[in-house]
Design a protein around this ligand. Structure first.
Ligand code: 26W
Length: 825
């Protein structure tokens, strides 16, 4: 009999060391005598990978035989970051590994930092998907993630002369975390046409033929839960040319080049992640990516279901598919196509299965982010799907007509097809119609979608189809991994690490808010985390910052609605005030460092201008002898998940200052507060619920409310006497005077506010923003009171765990149960 895997299940540091050495010498074929940190990383990663693989196989086996209802999370983005540290902590062997590594002559932090981020995402939506995978595994849900295996993740950002430059992120040269499954492939069809005929029984048959085939190859990555043996699967599809007859003809007839060109065309599909996080550009390749991924994933899901030999009506009892935004909406007509054309079901039965299977999460109300595909493009690429979409729409139009006979306008408003030139398929409407539940990602956002973009659908389906699941974050990565000392301090008071599996237990540390020892340690940890960021800032950017300063941080994608421009205008105003002061007055000022970080979509000029302005302001302020340590401005290059792990624990204040009603939730707000930072924010997204949980004395809210935004915008355009806030006017005057370099560079940014209606209400909110920053300076002077606020806030953040969030999805949307692993081997 086979010896039961035990060779790779190291338990001691010696066993660990021999595993690492074995991998370095054999798997990596490196000599131990010239083993550098990169090779050490490889050895450690492979040793842990072996452990994961065993539990991974067991989990998959267990799930196959129990065959419970499974969750499939379809997301075009998974912003996973690094895997090694997470694997060590989730498996619970990091201490052993650290000791073993030490004996081999390496420092754990150095080895961990060798790993490249898996950056298969843009921002919040992609990181949310990654947190969800962690929670799904931790809570033992039988769940799969499905996405694309992009060869290039989100671009790397370099700052050259103050401008963003994009560099390709080729991340795959050494990736021990993925397993190619060359035996798991799906042929995906594009183009072609549909032939219809009647069969003997008089039934309409549709055949989609003469298309092009591209093969999807599965690559799997293990997703270990924390403190559980459940290890789920993330399946990424890679595209390659299919070796259908067509290729061979070409190949044999000597058209070698053509055949290679075709190979390249096929590989283009999974080549690159689209770097836009809010603008839909309607590119054919993007639609191809979406269909390729949906078709491969659904084929896989249906294949798994069919193994159980259950009746089709059981499908929704075995399968829950969550659509992460509208990007996977083609899965709806694709499942219809499979059920109708391949399985021979009748329309009504197929449609009932489809609606029960899908749930749709909306992440934005910004109109420019709502996906629409032109009908001619869909017709060309996916002719059969267009027919199905038309049929779905026809049935839906009949339904609306019957139920709302008096509202003739309604039909045009809710039709999946927009009657524009060209006609467009509105993907969000298709997603709503094809799903049984639609959810927003924070309370305000979920209310807003019901009163704005999906208003009519609430009338049509009733309010119960719409629900809220407020976002959350995984405390494993965002507390335990990013801030080990704080995690340890909490554990020391709570008698263990149970809070990492039930974050509501954090409330128990509120009892220590007056405990001298605890307060001292908590404060020291914050300081140490600031020192760590200061050190990084010096190394990466050559800027010295004083860790005793107030650290003010805004890191997120650069977007006008997120209002980094409000922040930098506020910084300029602060600078001007400092310049006006006498040396005596300056001594009373609270020193501050303003950190910014985030990528701009490559074609988003205004966002790039904002980055440029931040860097120009930094160049002036940081070199002004009058100012010294009183104000520093740092743009942290190439913000990503692994940098967030250093940045989030280091804030005193973080900024979440979107125009009210525009940020669906935000999730970094949760990360910063959980790590003992306070927030300056608008009444937007999850800020509102964070305030409710931690108390309004512990957050600095400012600005107009979402219910007033529309009227204010209207007033900008029509009232005639729209005047820019005088303080902001002063800021604009110095920008125009060229204080931060060529003023022409910034004229579009300034004019968007002065001349083009100030859509994001920068001027309306400027005074209250400045006032609130002053309150923050004053509050920070009282370090004891500040510390009380931060400790209290941390203790009240239990609600924002992605575990809570996943349990809500499981109960309200998926109707799935955990499948717990057995206690012993
Ligand atoms: C079609 C182009 C495109 C691509 C991505 C449009 C929109 C997106 C995403 C929906 C952008 C995104 O990441 N949204 C963020 O989702 C987070 C998780 O729910 C929220 O916390 C953020 O508020 C929201 O901006």
């Amino acid at each position: 009999a086979w010896k039961k895997f035990s060779a790779t299940e190291f338990k001691t540091k010696d066993e660990f060391e021999s595993e690492v050495v074995k991998h370095i010498e054999t798997t990596l074929a490196r000599s131990l005598f010239n083993c550098d940190e990169a090779a050490a990383y490889g050895g450690v990663a492979l040793a842990f990978r072996d452990r994961l693989v065993i539990e991974w196989n067991r989990t998959q086996q267990r799930q196959s035989s129990a065959d419970p209802k499974r969750v499939y999370y379809l997301s075009l983005e998974f912003l996973m970051g690094r895997a090694l540290d997470n694997a060590m902590l989730n498996v619970g062997m990091k201490d052993v590994a650290k000791e073993g590594l030490g004996e081999l002559g390496f420092r754990m932090e150095d080895v961990i930092s060798q790993e490249r981020d898996a950056a298969l995402g843009n921002g919040g939506l992609g990181r949310l998907a990654a947190c969800f995978l962690d929670s799904l595994a931790t809570l033992n849900y039988p769940a799969w993630g499905y996405a694309l295996r992009y060869k290039y993740g989100i671009f790397k950002q370099e700052i050259v002369d103050g401008y963003q430059v994009e560099v390709p992120d080729y991340w795959l040269d050494f990736n021990p975390w993925e397993f190619p499954r060359h035996d798991v492939t799906v042929d995906v069809q594009f183009y072609g046409h549909v032939r219809k005929y009647m069969d003997e029984s008089g039934k309409q048959i549709s055949v989609w033929e003469d298309g092009e085939l591209v093969t999807a190859v599965a690559y799997d990555a293990p997703i270990p839960g924390f403190g559980t043996r459940t290890t789920n699967n993330l399946r990424l599809w890679s595209s390659k040319a299919s070796h259908g007859e067509f290729d061979f003809t070409k190949f044999n007839s000597g058209e070698y080049e053509a055949s290679v060109a075709e190979q390249q065309r096929a590989e283009t599909i999974s080549a690159v992640l689209y770097p836009n996080d809010s603008l839909e550009r309607g590119k054919e390749l993007r639609l191809k990516q979406q269909y390729f991924w949906c078709a491969a994933s659904l084929f896989d899901i249906v294949r798994r279901f069919k193994k159980s030999r259950k009746a089709w009506k059981e499908f929704p009892n075995q399968v829950a598919i969550q659509l992460n935004d509208t990007h996977p909406t083609l899965a709806i007509p694709e499942l219809m196509r499979i059920l109708l054309d391949q399985e021979g079901l009748e329309w009504d039965e197929a449609w009932s299965i489809v609606q029960k299977t899908f749930g749709y999460t909306n992440h934005t109300v910004l109109p420019e982010a709502l996906e629409k595909w032109s009908v001619p493009l869909v017709q060309h690429l996916l002719p059969r799907h267009l027919q199905i979409i038309y049929d779905i729409n026809l049935n839906f139009m009949h339904y609306v007509e019957r139920n709302f006979p008096k509202d003739r306008e309604m039909l045009g408003r809710v039709s999946i097809i927009e009657e524009s030139t060209p006609k467009m398929v509105r993907m969000a409407y298709l997603a709503v119609i094809g799903s049984h539940k639609v959810n927003g990602v924070a309370e305000l956002h979920s209310d807003l979608i019901k009163t704005t973009i999906f208003k009519d659908f609430v009338k049509i389906y009733g309010p119960d189809k719409f629900t809220n699941v407020t976002n959350g974050i995984t405390p494993r990565r965002w507390l335990h991994q990013a801030n080990p000392r704080l995690s340890e301090l909490i554990a020391s008071k709570l008698g263990g690490y149970d809070f990492l599996r039930d974050l509501t237990l954090l409330h128990k540390i509120e009892a220590y808010v007056d405990d001298k020892e605890f307060r001292k340690e908590f404060q020291e940890i914050k300081y140490a985390n600031k020192v760590r960021l200061a050190k990084y800032t010096k190394e990466a950017h050559g800027i010295s910052v004083n860790p005793s300063s107030l650290f003010d941080i805004q890191v997120k994608r650069i977007h006008e609605y997120k209002r980094q421009q409000l922040n930098i205008f506020g910084v300029i105003y602060r600078y001007l005030e400092l310049k006006d002061m006498s040396p005596e007055e300056r001594k009373k000022v609270q020193p501050r460092v303003s950190f910014f970080g985030g990528k701009a979509a490559p074609g988003y000029w205004m966002a790039k201008t904002i980055i440029h302005l931040i860097n120009q302001v930094g160049a002036v302020v940081n070199n002004d002898k009058d100012i010294g340590d009183l104000l520093k401005v740092v743009f942290l290059e190439d913000y990503n998940v692994s940098k967030a792990e250093i940045i989030c624990p280091a804030s005193d204040i973080s900024e979440h200052i979107s125009t009210a009603g525009t940020e669906a939730s935000g999730t970094s707000n949760m990360k910063f507060v959980l790590n003992g930072g306070l927030v300056i924010g608008t009444c937007d997204g999850a800020n509102i619920e964070i305030t409710r949980e931690i108390g309004e004395d512990n957050i600095f809210l400012f600005g107009n409310l979402s219910e007033d935004v529309e009227d204010l915008r209207h007033a900008h355009t029509y009232s005639g006497d729209f005047a820019i806030d005088p303080k902001l006017e002063r800021v604009f005057a110095v920008i125009r005077a060229g204080r931060f370099g060529d003023a022409a560079q910034f004229s579009a940014l300034v004019n968007s506010i002065v001349e083009h209606g100030d859509y994001y209400l920068v001027s309306d909110d400027f005074a209250s923003y400045i006032d609130t920053q002053k309150l923050i300076d004053a509050a920070y002077k009282d370090q004891e009171a500040w510390l009380t606020k931060t400790i209290t806030s941390v203790s009240r953040m239990g609600f924002f765990s992605s575990d809570r969030c996943i349990d809500e999805y499981a109960e309200m949307i998926w109707n799935v149960e955990p499948l717990a692993p057995p206690k012993q081997n």
